[in-house]
Design a protein around this ligand. Structure first.
Ligand code: FAD
Ligand code: SIN
Length: 522
């Protein structure tokens, strides 16, 4: 089937939906979502969205915290514009129907998380993402100009390459004409032609064994963009959240929000002793890279599979009011967090790098924008400040929408695009090979490219990955295209990029820590 739209959006999280609401006033919109509209990282976000709301907080303080968390590798211009636009974008979410918690005084209740010098995180209990996603999805599904294609998998963006022209990585004139989209149920591949396209495919946590990310987060957008010879950035900076619930075999790992530490919960070792003060004077509320490394080190010292988070000092009323989902989840596993400590372990959580974009969400490929976790805007530098990600998504989707509306007026739909060549055979053994390779890849990344890295570990990872890469490409050439094989290829590309960027960084900074380059003491 061939489709033609003004705006194509790949992804239905906060980045895709907030952009859709804006551009839908100017043309026909198609949103492609891999599974259901709400199965996104956005839905799982707990802590909230950071924004400057009241005195004594200021834009300067939020900017300073963001730069400090990012070890000053951030792009300061991007940091400034993101933070100074934070209040406006949050007010817009509220206008669109998002309910954030309010104090008795009528002011929004603000939480504090690691690395923040002020209380500035707007939240909806401990399920902020679900509330934002609900509000956005309601608006989008009732809009006459927006069509949503759920359970459809975008395989590749369409560029000159598909017109039979050779596209080189150094080419600065690559154009995007839309995307090829698979309906996994029928096996049909649609050719979707668009004037402009937004990639909003989220993160890539599933390249690791333990992750807070839903299963949809396999780095598809980064991989398809890289295949199209676009420029990616900062791929070495993978954020491990210090506190996911230790519950082996549960996928995704259940997050224990940092806001719980903001409310007073303290990290303790396996014997119940505090340890964070030995690593950082900010204790349990130090930035995530510091806390995750400290936990990793404590676990290696004790040989235990987890540490504890002690929330027993937080009043019952506050737990029930602000953290009802965490309370219920733990209770379901037999842990009463009012009386018992919570076993926690770090988990892959967020990719700071991705598709390089400018201040308008523009990528190195013409007519193609990126926003949300898939993008590397320069906001996060070497480490993302908690709750800055939902904010980044709304700021850059807004900016990209302004630019795309302008560009759409002068951009024609490309003619002569061929349909996808769907030749191939179904191999009986295919599924088991794909599943096994996926597990091997996750094991390589967790063992050699995790919180603590070294030159030797990275080399070993690359050597092992090369074997899986070769085997997968052979399989891909012979078989009928499927979501599973495409995801595996994408995860291999993303893993390769993480290893490559990590190998090139000859220092320990922020989320990239190598024992071969000990951090310089300040
Ligand atoms: P997502 O919300 O992940 O949406 C991605 C979309 O792309 C999905 O619709 C998916 O189906 C689609 N997609 C992907 N690949 C394809 C494909 N090949 N074809 C078609 N569709 C595709 N950040 C904060 O700021 N504050 C928080 O409190 C917070 N808490 C978090 C808690 C958890 C457990 C997690 C996992 C993350 C949290 N984050 C938080 C990070 C934040 O939620 C994400 O970075 C953000 O929601 C990403 O939004 P997005 O729109 O870019 O991607
Ligand atoms: C959390 O609630 O701890 C997650 C916040 C984030 O990832 O920004």
């Amino acid at each position: 089937m061939r489709r033609q739209v003004d705006f194509l959006i790949i992804g239905s999280g906060i980045a895709g939906l907030s952009y859709a609401i804006k551009v839908a006033e100017f043309g026909k919109v198609l949103i492609v979502s891999k599974t259901s509209i709400n199965e996104t990282s956005t839905w799982y976000a707990q802590g909230g969205i950071a924004a400057v709301m009241y005195n004594p907080d200021t834009y300067e303080k939020h900017i300073k915290d963001t730069l400090a968390a990012g070890n000053f590798l951030n792009d300061e211009k991007i940091v400034r514009l993101t933070i100074t636009e934070s209040t406006e974008r949050v007010k817009e979410l509220i206008e669109w129907g998002t309910h954030f918690d309010v104090e008795e005084s009528g002011r929004y209740a603000l939480a504090r998380e690691g690395g923040h010098s002020e209380f500035r995180v707007l939240h909806h209990q401990d399920k902020t993402g679900a509330e934002i996603q609900r509000a956005l999805a309601e608006k989008v599904t009732s809009h006459p100009n927006i069509e949503i294609l759920e359970n459809h998998f975008t395989i590749d963006i369409i560029t000159q390459h598909h017109l039979g022209r050779i596209v080189r990585r150094t080419n600065t004139d690559i154009q995007c004409f839309g995307a090829y989209v698979l309906n996994p149920e029928t096996g049909e591949i649609d050719t979707v032609l668009a004037r402009t396209t937004l990639i909003a495919t989220g993160g890539a946590g599933n390249v690791y064994q333990t992750t807070t990310n839903p299963t949809i987060s396999t780095g598809d957008g980064i991989a398809m963009f890289y295949r199209a010879k676009g420029i990616v950035d900062s791929m070495e900076f993978i954020q491990f959240h210090p506190t996911s619930l230790y519950n082996p075999h549960e996928k995704p790992s259940f997050l224990i929000t940092e806001a719980l530490r903001g409310a007073g919960a303290i990290l303790k070792d396996i014997k119940g002793k505090e340890f964070m003060e030995r690593y950082d004077k900010r204790g349990s509320l130090a930035p995530r890279d510091v806390v995750a490394r400290a936990i990793d080190s404590e676990m290696k010292l004790s040989g235990a599979d987890h540490v504890y988070l002690d929330a027993r000092s937080i009043p019952e009323r506050e737990i029930m009011h602000h953290f009802p989902s965490i309370y219920a989840k733990c209770l379901g596993l037999g842990i009463n967090i009012l009386k018992e400590m919570i076993p926690v372990v770090p988990a892959a959580h967020y990719i700071c790098g991705g598709i390089r974009t400018d201040e308008w969400g523009r990528t190195s490929i013409h007519n193609l924008y990126a926003s949300g976790e898939v993008a590397a805007t320069g906001l996060h530098g070497a480490n993302r400040l908690a709750s800055n990600s939902l904010l980044e998504s709304v700021v850059f989707s807004h900016r990209a929408s302004l630019d795309a509306v302008r560009l759409n007026k002068t951009t024609e739909i490309q003619s002569g695009i061929p349909d996808w060549n769907a030749e191939g055979t179904v191999l009986n053994e295919e599924m088991v090979l794909i599943t096994q390779s996926r597990k091997e890849l996750q094991s390589i990344m967790s063992n050699y490219v995790g919180i603590v890295r070294s030159n030797l570990r990275l080399k070993r990872a690359l050597d092992r990955l090369a074997i899986i890469h070769r085997e997968t490409e052979e399989l891909y050439e012979r078989s009928v295209v499927s979501t599973e094989i495409c995801e595996l290829r994408n995860m291999i590309s993303v893993a390769y990029l993480i290893i490559k960027f990590a190998s090139q960084r000859k220092e320990s900074i922020g989320l990239h820590f190598s024992i071969d380059y000990p951090p310089v003491k300040q």
